[in-house]
Design a protein around this ligand. Structure first.
Ligand code: PBG
Length: 328
């Protein structure tokens, strides 16, 4: 009988050995918690398609931020849900807009205990639901949108954001935002660029949470990336953003794009974030609710895989759960 030439199982025989030879781990320090704050509500509002996630009031947001900081989670990223939307997405840059109000409250409540990131886009604030301003013919106008992003960046930095995170996929957005921040005396405010962001069907639950509907049943395919392209396109996007001044870049979604993540990690020298998006989270939760999978086990498997592919840190709706299970 032929003897196995190489025994791979020797190092799998005990938990101690498996822990010893493990190469990758997700830790609390790798987590960024996405949070939603909604204008004009008195109680936190659950989001049906994102089990366990709520639209916060400013008060409940502050309480949650304190909780996350006590769990030693290093960052949160804030999304605003305004009471009123308009064509220009005015709420994105209004000093009294919901995100700016919330950032000021967070800043005074938690200071630098948890890094405050602000998603920077227009889609939560526009009545048409697109990430940019529209021309007469309904197409998204890149360059006039950059002016709005610049205004929003300054408003967010004025309100206390440590990091602004442009997610609209307009060309030149990082350069426009960097120039505006520097011009307004916010040279210390960092930019986390959503550099490789795909026109994914996995954002559905997020759009419920952020109350975003794209008018006329439209989509974002004219600005977000086509997932049939190779990872080389994402590398180009990330390199451009770094050249424009991005301090960190992001790949989004995560699990379906691990090849992209690995390629970007290989090619740029800045921290690379991955966004485990709403649909990725909700698929795990939904299957677990049916008893078909173990949510915690799948959560750790997916987040560890994202780290293994090269992520420096992960934006995930599982952040608090992970930190609780790992212990502070
Ligand atoms: C745009 C934005 C989106 C997400 C983050 N920023 C939605 C979109 O591009 O349509 C999705 C995040 C998620 O699905 O969890 N402001």
């Amino acid at each position: 009988m032929a003897f196995p030439a190489r025994r791979m199982r020797r190092l799998r025989g005990s938990d101690a050995l498996r822990r010893l030879v493990a190469d990758t781990a997700i830790t609390t320090d790798d987590l960024v918690a996405p949070l939603f704050v909604r204008e004009g509500i008195d109680e936190p509002a659950p989001v049906a398609s994102l089990p366990g996630v709520v639209q916060h009031t400013v008060d409940s947001l502050v309480a949650e931020a304190k909780h996350l900081a006590s769990l030693h989670i290093p960052a949160l990223i804030l999304f605003g849900v305004p009471a009123h939307k308009d064509a220009a997405g005015s709420g994105a840059s209004d000093p009294d807009g919901i995100v700016q109000v919330a950032l000021r409250e967070l800043r005074s409540a938690v200071g630098d205990d948890i890094a405050l990131m602000a998603d920077l886009c227009l889609d939560e604030y526009t009545d048409h639901g697109h990430c940019g301003l529209l021309r007469q013919d309904g197409s998204v106008d890149n360059d006039s949108t950059l002016e709005r992003y610049a205004e929003a960046a300054v408003a967010q930095a004025d309100a206390g954001a440590a990091v602004v995170a442009p997610s609209g996929m307009m060309d030149g957005q990082v350069a426009a935002i960097r120039a505006a921040l520097d011009g307004a005396g916010h040279g210390e405010t960092a930019i986390l660029a959503y550099s490789a962001k795909y026109a994914s069907a996995l954002y559905g639950p997020f759009r419920d949470a952020a109350d975003v509907r794209i008018s006329g049943g439209g989509d974002r395919k004219s600005y977000q990336q086509d997932w049939r392209r190779s990872a080389a396109e994402a590398v180009t996007e990330a390199r451009l953003d770094v050249a424009e001044g991005a301090d960190m870049v992001m790949v989004k979604p995560a699990v379906t794009y691990l090849d992209v993540l690995a390629a970007v990690r290989e090619e740029v020298g800045v921290p690379v974030a991955a966004y485990h998006v709403s649909g990725e989270y909700s698929m795990v939760q939904a299957a677990a609710e049916r008893g078909w999978i173990d949510a915690d086990a799948v959560m750790f498997e997916q987040l560890t895989a994202i780290k293994r592919a090269g992520a420096s840190f992960v934006l995930t709706y599982f952040s608090a759960r992970v930190a609780e299970l790992l212990g502070a």
